[in-house]
Design a protein around this ligand. Structure first.
Ligand SMILES: Cc1cc2nc3c(=O)[nH]c(=O)nc-3n(C[C@H](O)[C@H](O)[C@H](O)COP(=O)(O)OP(=O)(O)OC[C@H]3O[C@@H](n4cnc5c(N)ncnc54)[C@H](O)[C@@H]3O)c2cc1C
Length: 357
């Protein structure tokens, strides 16, 4: 979010200073992993479903700026064991918005994802659209782009406190900087800077799996898979562009903090069960028995109803609560926010849009 906002503001000729406590990409940040998904199915949050169209246009402009395309279209497969809830809500919203998809019967489903044993599926459909954004590569490319555009990036600079009265930032190492506008996009650290804000860091674990050589070509053709009903709550990312096959547990833990010691971020075999791997690989929903190549822990910043938040007080702006689904919208949020800061869009309108309304 910070990189995207810096890009959008600098394109409007605004002088931007970006402060990052770590280096970019920060491996502990929410945005830093091999992949993040972009897809239209969005349950009953149809505002976000419609934002996906704008998000695609904004990514196109990013690819033009950075000179490469860090994206692979995989298609989107949705399954549900109940045939209700998130999958059905998504299907209805897609129908209403005339976003194309195809219902799948059992054999069509097996043909789409032949190496995965899916159990008791009541509803399955497939969209040609949707794919994988190569997150880590995007962050690195955006940083290079901003440096070329003369944006000042100060890494290893942790903001400790904000003096709103005198419009100054204070860093952990004792420096202080004046600001005209301050934009806070601190991900799961937001509460450390703004204790009163109603978001909760949520430690989530994803599992990169060891796929046997002979299975790889089949998986490389597979779509992303979403099974987001509360009982199952997982997603699968196919091994595209030389990256791994990833299984993610989407159920919120609403616990932890990214600065906790390493052993918590990389679960031991004993804690994997609790962290969801058993739930994912031998559950009611699927049977996928590849060994774990490595797990990765990452943090959602969960807001009420998973709706993104924009808070503004005078010239301090906070964007947070991206609740495990914000990455795909980074560039479009950057562009819209730049309109707010330059007077082209009212803050209240932006806030409503950002909240998926
Ligand atoms: C496992 C997982 C899977 C996800 N899957 C998807 C997906 O498929 N699709 C999707 O759209 N979204 C997905 N998301 C959500 C998405 O990644 C996040 O919504 C998004 O990355 C949030 O970006 P951010 O810029 O708000 O936070 P971050 O990427 O965490 O950035 C915040 C930055 O601020 C810096 N910072 C914090 N405090 C300070 C300070 N005091 N001083 C200086 N710097 C500071 C941090 O070091 C960090 O670099 C997923 C998230 C996770 C964890």
């Amino acid at each position: 979010m910070g990189l995207s906002i810096a890009r959008a503001l600098s394109k409007k000729g605004i002088e931007v200073y970006l402060y990052e406590q770590s280096t970019i990409p920060n491996p502990k940040g929410s945005s830093c992993d091999d992949h993040r998904l972009i897809r239209y199915p969005y349950g009953n949050q149809s505002g976000y479903m419609l934002m996906v169209r704008e998000a695609y246009a904004a990514w196109k402009s990013v690819w033009d700026d950075i000179g490469s395309i860090h994206y692979a279209q995989t298609g989107t497969l949705v399954t549900s064991q109940t045939g209700t809830g998130w999958a059905k809500d998504s299907l209805e919203a897609l129908t209403e918005a005339a976003i194309p998809f195809n219902r799948l019967n059992e054999s069509q489903l097996r043909a789409r994802i032949p190496l995965l044993e899916l159990k008791g599926v009541k509803l399955a459909y497939y969209l040609e659209s949707g794919g994988v954004l190569f997150a880590r590569r995007i962050l690195a490319s955006l940083k290079d782009y901003l440096l070329k555009k003369q944006v000042t990036i100060q890494e290893l600079t942790k903001i400790r406190s904000i003096d709103s009265e005198h419009q100054r930032l204070h860093t952990e190492s004792g420096d202080s900087f004046a600001f005209e506008h301050l934009i806070i996009t601190a991900g799961p650290w937001t509460k450390d800077l703004i204790p009163g804000i109603s978001v909760t860091p949520s430690q989530q674990t994803v599992y990169y799996l060891d796929v046997p050589e002979q299975d790889l070509p089949t998986w490389q053709q597979a779509p992303m898979l979403l099974d987001i009903d509360p009982g199952s709550g997982f997603y699968l990312v196919p091994p595209v562009a030389g990256l791994g096959l990833k299984l993610g547990d989407h159920r919120f833990t609403l616990q932890g903090h990214p600065d906790l010691p390493t052993q918590t971020r990389h679960p031991t075999p004993e804690t994997r069960h609790a962290d969801g791997h058993a739930h994912l690989t031998d559950s009611e929903a699927i049977n996928l028995r590849y060994p774990i190549a490595y797990p990765k822990t990452c943090f959602y910043t969960v807001a009420n109803n998973e709706e993104f938040l924009y808070k503004q007080e005078q010239n301090i702006h906070i964007l947070t609560g991206f609740s495990g689904h914000g990455f795909k919208f980074g560039p479009v949020i950057g562009d819209r926010f730049a309109e707010v800061l330059t007077g082209g869009l009212e803050g209240a309108v932006f806030s409503k849009w950002l909240g998926g309304k």
